[in-house]
Design a protein around this ligand. Sequence first.
Ligand SMILES: C[S@@+](CC[C@H](N)C(=O)[O-])C[C@H]1O[C@@H](n2cnc3c(N)ncnc32)[C@H](O)[C@@H]1O
Length: 318
Amino acid sequence: MQHSRRRRSTPHGEHRPVLLQEILRILEPRHGMTVVDCTVGWAGHAAELLTRVGPTGLLVGLDMDAENLPKARERLAAVGHPFHLHHANFAGLEQILAGHGLTHVDAILADLGMSSMQVDDVQRGFFYVREGPLDMRMDRSRGRTAAQILATIDRLALIDCLQELGDEPHAESIAQAIVHAREASPIETTADLTRIIQDATKQATWRLHPTPGKWNLHPAARTFQALRILVNRELANLEHLLRIVPQILQPGGRVAIITFHSGEDRLVKASFREHLASGRYAEISPDPLRASYDERTRNPRARSAKLRFARSATQSPQ
Ligand SMILES: C[S@@+](CC[C@H](N)C(=O)[O-])C[C@H]1O[C@@H](n2cnc3c(N)ncnc32)[C@H](O)[C@@H]1O
């Protein structure tokens, strides 16, 4: 379960794609292949994939967040091989591929975290300790912001959301406090919401390191995570992707999915198992792969990452 900031850049701004070596080993990108990066972000994984598919291959990259694309485009252009980038939700992958005359691809990657740009930009409202508008939409061109949802969501639905998408043990008191607070004034900023949560959980004096060497989860972390998943319909998008992947993969093609949340990992596991049983997949990862000790030490964001893969059968099931 992800509770902390999932930043993907080092303090010096260097970009480290999570589980990169494992992804390359699993997807085995080679010259001439067509590969899809469903969550291109700043193209950390995508640039490595594109380098390997070479001038005769193709990379199709998608991101729901248009603001990531200029940086991704610059990075991919520097590789010098063919690619297409789209501002799109991966739930619409089939239509995107059809637009390029493609029905099947050799490899698919989805790295489901947030990008560092999203977390670092206070205007996006993803981070609880820096004040900004309570937005949380990955795609700012559509949908309701977290503030708009919090203004109307029913108390019981909010409790469900906090429990199911955030594993929040104080879901009831936080939901009650939100409903109470919004009667007095709208909850519009990250600081408004963080304050309400800290009061409701009696953790107004929260400290990251209560004692040296101890690490303390921020009281708002779970609520922010749950709201972000709700705002962006993240589980529904993933469910849709998992349904269409077996039809899009070439025989013998591979898919790799990195998750940071137990609910996401459960969906991936269930879908891979179902398609293994039906014969559509020939092989799936028996257990999720985790980042090495070295990577986890270098990159704290890799700590909660889980990677699962599947390989499509070489013949369609009868
Ligand atoms: C962790 S970042 C990807 C980082 C990327 N692998 C890299 O190396 O730079 C995840 C990205 O997925 C995007 N995203 C999340 N859900 C999406 C969806 N349903 N469709 C398309 N993009 C999505 C986010 O906007 C974010 O930019």
